[in-house]
Each structure stands twice: as structure tokens, then as C-alpha cells.
Ligand binder design. Sequence first.
Ligand code: UGA
Length: 434
Amino acid sequence: MNITFLGAGYVGLVSGIMLSHFGYNIQFIDQNSQIISSLKNSKLHIYEPKLDSYFLKSVQLGSVEFTDNYNDLRDNTQVIFITVGTPSLASSGNTNLSYVFDAIDSIITNVSSDCIIVVKSTVPPGTCQSIADYLSPKVLGITIVSNPEFLSEGNAVDDFLNPDRIIIGSDDHRSAAFIEQIYQPIVEKQNKLIPIIKTNFATSELIKYASNTFLATKIAFINEMANLCEKIDADIEQLSLGVGLDARIGKAFLKSGPGFGGSCFPKDILSLSKLAKFYNLESCITNATITANEKRPSDMVRKIHNILDDNIDGKVIAILGLAFKAGTDDIRNSPAVEIIKLLCNKGAHIQSYDPAVHICHDLPQITYTRSAIGACVNADALIIITEWPEFTELDFDHIYTILKNPIIIDMRNILNAKELRSKNFKYYAIGQKY
Ligand code: UGA
């Protein structure tokens, strides 16, 4: 079967490469010629654990091809996945759907045979219906399916192979059944039943927004609890466990930290809030989650300020972690970037290290080091912002000798407090009294 992906970013690339292992011929089209030339040279432009080996196998098998020209869209393609970006518009916060509609226009121009367009990009409810309305007077034989993705960066390959559910939204039963068939190899591979929910466009589109917003709300809530824990000498780790072990609540996404970031949560919850506003509905919970998370970096800086005796100006601070979470080189909406900006405004000099992010163009004023140890040299404090596992393996005896002050602020609670305190560090975690 011939399948085309319009958009070779995160979602398109992971989904397309993985589908190519089920015997489908995958064409990737992306207007970014740098991305395409990198892929043609067998080099992935994104960092995603496990993806590289699948990609190289697909290249060897000849089951993937790449082009930067929409006019190369194969006329005999049966399914076209739209996996272009849907960023927020800076002016209004509404979702920018121009890339989606550019992709649709390219399909109208280049495809003359019947095909199914699958919208995998995260789009506000109503978009698939608008696409169907836009297409219907112009072309016959093209149907639309909404099929949101639930891949999380750093775990995308496993998420693809082992989904909690597959959502298929369409008003055309045959198209929905066809797309369900595409995922059959995944369903067969797993020993457990993978629920497939077939529904209408709007429900499918909204499931994606509601899922991301609910998860983000869990995080915002647990961060609020962490603030309280710090005041009353309660422990957020035990609290999260105690709350999460209630099967009705669940343990996932109850890890307190510097706030959620990335290219999805902040954008999607804003979009959901805009959607409710459009219908004159109040979205108290969604808006509270947005506000709470926007405040999180300044809460973190206030904490640093207190620990450094209200004196950040002129201090050298080692920051470990720039990515918005471990397992990715993505710094979009990364709490680390926001926290560093605030610290720089207060006169701090930052020495930072991240295993996957070597430079952040938004932060030209800071020093980038090639190792965690390098970042710690002569620093007044060491702050962990991203939970890279390698930070737990550091030689803290050595770090003790190179820090100017033995202060560690662990914003992900990944280090062993007892051990570090026994080595005479002043160790501060999140959600624990200090
Ligand atoms: C998220 C969703 O988890 C995916 O299901 C979805 O497909 C994706 O968005 C998307 O819409 O494309 P992702 O943004 O890659 O995936 O990352 P998450 O693992 O969900 O983490 C998001 C943020 O929440 C990160 O900043 C992370 O550090 C933070 N987080 C997560 C916490 O602070 N605590 C937690 O317990 C979990």
C-alpha cells in the first residue's frame, strides 16, 4: 500500500517510519528542504530514542522516500497523512491552520485518484469538517479521517507500537474501516486488546485536546501540592504515591517539577481555552492550569532566590538540563529556558549542560559546557532542571570539590537526598521543606 505523509516533523516521521515496517511504502513530503536533504542522507533531524535503527532499516529496505516538493505527491497514493505543524498564532493564541490547508491544496492539485486524507496533526474540533466542506465542491473521491496521535517525545517508538487506544473519527464507515486496517499489524503484535474508538470528527479531535489538558491539569495540581508540602513539612513524593495508588486517579503525570513544557501541552490547552471562549463558555479549570503553569518558572526562581540568601546578582549557577524533559533535544516551551532567562535578568551567570541540547539560540548570553562536571566548575549552586538519568550517576564527591558552594537544587527530585546530605551538600528538592 502506498501511504504519503505531508510533514516530516516529529509525528510524521515517527509514524511513517514505524508504518514502513509493516510493509507499507511510505513517501514523506516536507517543504523544509534541509530536513529532506538530511533524511535523504540517511540522517534523522530529530533526536528520538530507538528511532534511528528503525529508520536505517527502512532506508535499507527502500520502503521510505523523501521529497521537498508537494508536486511530487504520488498520484497512486491511497492514504495521505497530514502531519504538519499546528502552532499557536502569536497574535491571538488561536491555532494556525495554514500549513494544514496548504497541504490540502497540494492534494487537490496533485491527486486525481480516490484517496483518504488522515488528519493526524492536532487540530481544533471543527477542522476536519471544514476540510470536508472545503474539498467537497472541488473533488470527488477524497474522504477525511481524524486520527489524533498520542506519541510522547522520548518514548514515541514504544507509544506507537503499544498505544493505549486508537481514535478514528469519520463520517465515512468504509474509510474508517480502511484506516483501522492500517493499524492491524500493531493490534496483532500486542498480546492485549487495543481499544479502537470509532467516532465522529469533533469527538475525535476533542479527545486529543481533552487528554492533553487533563494530563497537564494533573501536573499543575501536583505542583500546587508541592508548594504546600514545602510549607507544612510534607513530602511530595510520598504524597504523589499515596494519591496515585488510588486506581481512580492513577500514578501517571503526578510528578512534581519545574512545570510542563514542550510543543504540545502549552499550545493545546491554550487552544482548548480559545475554543470554549468562542462558544461563550467559561473554561475555569483549563485557564487555571494555564495560569498555574505560567507562574511556575517564577516560583522556581523565587525558591532559588531564597536558597541563595536573596542574592542572585553576580552568582555563577550551574544548570543541568535544557530540554523540556529527558529523552529529547526539544527546548520548545522548556521550563529550563524560562528559568534561565529570569535568572539572567537577576544578574546570574549561567553555565549549562544538556546531553542532547548543545546550544539554545534564545540564550546567547550563557556558557554551554561539554559535560555536567564542566558546568559545575566554580558555581555557587547546581540546579537540575531536566531529569536526564545520567545526572543521577554523576560523581558527587568530585562535584563537591569543584563547586564554590555545595548547594544542589533538584527540580525533578531525581537525586538521593540522604546520600548527598551525608556528603555535606545542602540539598533542596521540590515539594519538601527547606
Ligand atoms: C504529550 C502527551 O503526553 C502525548 O500523549 C501527546 O501525543 C503529545 O503531548 C502531543 O500532543 O503530541 P510530550 O509533550 O512529548 O507528549 O511530553 P510529556 O511526556 O507528556 O510531558 C509534557 C510535559 O509535562 C514535560 O514538560 C514534562 O516534564 C512534564 N511532566 C510530565 C511533569 O512535569 N510531570 C509529569 O508527571 C509528567
